[in-house]
Design a protein around this ligand. Structure first.
Ligand SMILES: *Cc1c(COP(=O)(O)O)cnc(C)c1O
Length: 337
């Protein structure tokens, strides 16, 4: 498959001949989830966004944001990030041969994401503060310098991310409900935009981590805390749009605890064979905890990022390896238990 700008150019703000910075993102697997379907009594699919080039859905927005920045003559891009936006911005900046700078909360981003940003040659700045502060600072910086801001406050990000809805509709037709993790609330806003543009209106069910659930409480969270680092955000930039999407689609927003997120995370890996990162599992945790929305028979859960992004949490959450001497009897005991 070509990258998503080429695939969906007629529905994106790019003309033929515009520069395209692509790593052939999008066209990700929509995997049936038989075990989960049985648990909730509905037909459930997993939109495996970890299959994107840098391992998260952020690539959908980034191909558009960086292509547009290059079209406008930008020579540098910057973002604040809980990790995946940084990894993606760094990769697309490298691809475009422009400078990438990323500001991340110090000590709060998963190992894989940090490795990616550094390997792609971005300038990585560790802020002694949280994501919300980082976003405020890069907004100010990009207003005063010729550096393109590629956070999801950038409208091109949402344009790219809405293509995931097109793919779902192209592949399985209309669905009844979408379950999706919500952090800065750009992605749920983008999916709703995509569905609406296609005349479709599934119920949008957003899920936040209990320690970072401003949309649920209706109040900013000063010190967001959760194991799901990608959604550790206390003041979502797309707050109003996300609430509108959930209201207009007759969906809703709920919180799930870290324990529930980690249950779903292990369930997906061990029972469905799909390894996502903890934040991604919030969508499935929500579905498991709250059940299928009433009357919903066809449901898609968005798995936003790949499990390998955060090996530390994975190792903490899984069994241990079995040590073994190199002789057949020991191996037999070890294997057959
Ligand atoms: C960015 C991200 C989210 C949250 O998406 P928003 O658009 O900020 O709501 C969820 N999961 C993962 C893995 C992410 O990288």
């Amino acid at each position: 498959m070509p990258g998503l700008i080429e695939r969906y150019r007629d529905r994106l703000p790019f003309a033929p001949g515009d520069p395209v910075v692509s790593l052939q993102e999008g066209s990700t697997p929509l995997v049936p989830a038989p075990q989960l379907s049985e648990r909730v009594g509905a037909q459930v699919w997993l939109k495996v966004e970890g299959a994107n080039p840098t391992g998260s859905f952020k690539d959908r927005g980034m191909t558009c944001a960086v292509s547009a920045a290059v079209r406008e003559g930008a020579t540098a891009v910057i973002c604040a990030s809980t990790g995946n936006t940084a990894a993606s911005a760094a990769a697309y900046a490298a691809r475009a041969q422009i400078t990438g700078a990323v500001i991340v909360p110090e000590g709060k981003i998963a190992t894989g994401k940090l490795a990616q940003a550094l390997m792609h040659g971005a300038r990585v700045i560790a802020l002694r503060g949280n994501f919300d502060q980082a976003l405020e600072l890069v907004r100010e910086l990009s207003a005063n310098h010729p550096i393109a801001l590629v956070n999801s406050v950038n409208p091109f990000r949402l344009e790219g991310q809405k293509t995931a809805s097109f793919e779902i509709l192209d592949e399985i037709g209309p669905i009844d409900a979408l379950c999706i993790p919500v952090g800065n609330a750009g992605n749920i806003t983008a999916y709703w935009k995509g569905f609406q543009e296609m005349g479709s209106a599934p119920r949008m069910h957003g899920f936040q981590a209990a320690g970072a659930a401003p949309l649920v409480s209706g109040q900013r969270v000063e010190h967001p805390e959760t194991v799901a680092s990608a959604i550790r955000i206390g003041n979502p930039a797309r707050w109003e749009e996300a609430m509108t999407a959930m209201r207009d689609s007759r969906g809703g927003v709920e919180a799930v605890s870290d324990a529930q997120i980690l249950d779903a995370y292990r369930f997906l890996a061990a029972r469905e064979g799909v390894f996502c990162e903890p934040a991604s599992a919030a969508s499935v945790a929500g579905l498991l905890v709250h059940g299928a929305p009433e009357g919903a028979r066809r449901i898609v859960c968005v798995l936003t990022g790949h499990g390998l992004k955060d090996p530390q949490v994975a190792l903490e959450q899984s069994g241990s390896v079995v040590p073994c001497e190199p002789d057949i009897a020991a191996v037999e005991r070890a294997v057959l238990g």
